[in-house]
Design a protein around this ligand. Structure first.
Ligand code: SF4
Length: 359
């Protein structure tokens, strides 16, 4: 109630433009030749036409994006897809003053210098990004249609070269506080990610507070944690993407081994109970094929004592394996199943630990 009231107050126009803090604090490391602070598909086509430069963090593309955002202009962003919250500058300054960034914007640790530069309307950031997202390797042990149309287990020469660039870029940002592993492939499957993981030691990353693993969970077990040590010991947040609440639905939407997944989830849950993990979350991209198992998914989350049970919308990706998007995307009001789906989402949103972003 208080949070809703606060959000309402912050939505008032009198506070000036609302700022997305991502481009001021967060950067993708993937070896690509452009600057990204969030998901590639959230950016408008016009963004990719901007001059890029050689140093992405303070290159012309990043500066132009920040300049626009400081003016409250989001024409380079697809705001209908992006769900990252935006706040007025005075509120961000208050968060900085009371050291509350990690509570309110857990993935956006803005350094004092960068916050000061932002407050002065500058688009060049004096400090390097404190939050990194390591992606660019699409290899995965699964081929879920909501993500891809075929299994990707190998890379071509240009992708290998791109990852080589990413490895050397990563070495430039060893003062990062937060590192997110993937979101576009399976880090425990990709040989490149596996090598990176081993290196996340306190010696190499002395300021690292959070190592967040995005995974499908099928390879996350004690054996692999052992093989990927010492870096795997730094993994303290896990988000498992599942998309099903029962075995039959899982077989349909992910074609993975449900029993193995359950064993691994139980093991991760134990790590959370012992305090090895700071947070353990599970995630579900809702669509026509799986929405009947949403309720069972909430039960599963409760039985595993997870911190959050997250539901997301089906977003259209380039190269996804779903050809009938409008039929599958139940969050679209024109979809005939939308009223039923909406009611289910509202019902589930009232259950504990549920984060409903699927509507
Ligand atoms: S797409 Fe969203 S997260 Fe990305 S820069 Fe724009 S507003 Fe921020």
């Amino acid at each position: 109630m208080i949070i809703r009231f606060l959000k309402w107050i912050l939505s008032w126009r009198i506070w000036g433009p609302k700022i997305c803090a991502y481009p001021f604090s967060r950067m993708e490391i993937s070896g690509k030749d452009f600057f990204l602070s969030c998901c590639a598909d959230w950016m408008a086509p016009s963004y990719y036409k901007l001059e890029k430069g050689l140093k992405p963090w303070n290159g012309p593309q990043a500066l132009e994006l920040r300049k626009k955002i400081l003016n409250g202009d989001y024409s380079y962003c697809q705001t209908s897809i992006c769900q990252v919250p935006r706040y007025p500058l005075f509120f961000l300054k208050l968060l900085g003053l009371f050291d509350l960034f990690s509570k309110v914007l857990p993935n956006t640790p803005l350094s004092k210098n960068n916050l000061k530069a932002m407050s002065n309307g500058e688009s060049e950031m004096p400090d390097s990004p404190k939050s990194l997202v390591i992606q660019g390797d699409f290899r995965c042990n699964l081929d879920c249609p909501s993500c891809r149309s075929q299994l990707i287990t190998t890379l071509d020469a240009s992708a290998e070269k791109q990852l080589e660039r990413a490895s050397s870029d990563l070495l430039k940002y060893q003062d990062a506080e937060i590192i997110q592993l993937a979101g576009d492939g399976e880090p425990f499957f990709s040989s490149w990610h596996r090598e990176q993981i081993k290196n996340f030691t306190p010696q190499n990353y002395p300021h690292l507070k959070k190592l967040i693993l995005y995974t499908n969970g099928l390879l996350v077990d004690s054996e692999n944690f052992q093989l990927l040590s010492p870096g795997s010991k730094m993994i303290n947040n896990i988000i498992v993407s599942i998309d099903a609440g029962d075995e039959a639905t899982y077989k349909r939407v992910r074609r993975g081994d449900w029993q193995r997944l359950l064993r691994n989830l139980k093991w991760m849950s134990e790590l959370r109970q012992k305090g090895v993990l700071e947070s353990f979350r599970i995630c579900f991209v809702a669509r026509k094929e799986n929405y009947n198992s949403m309720s069972a998914f909430v039960d599963l989350g409760h039985s595993l004592k997870v911190d959050q049970i997250i539901f997301r919308q089906l977003v259209p990706w380039q190269g996804m394996g779903i050809s009938n998007y409008s039929e599958e995307a139940l969050h679209l009001p024109e979809n005939p199943l939308h009223p039923r789906y909406r009611e289910l989402c509202l019902q589930l949103a009232r259950r504990s630990k549920v984060v409903m972003r699927a509507l």
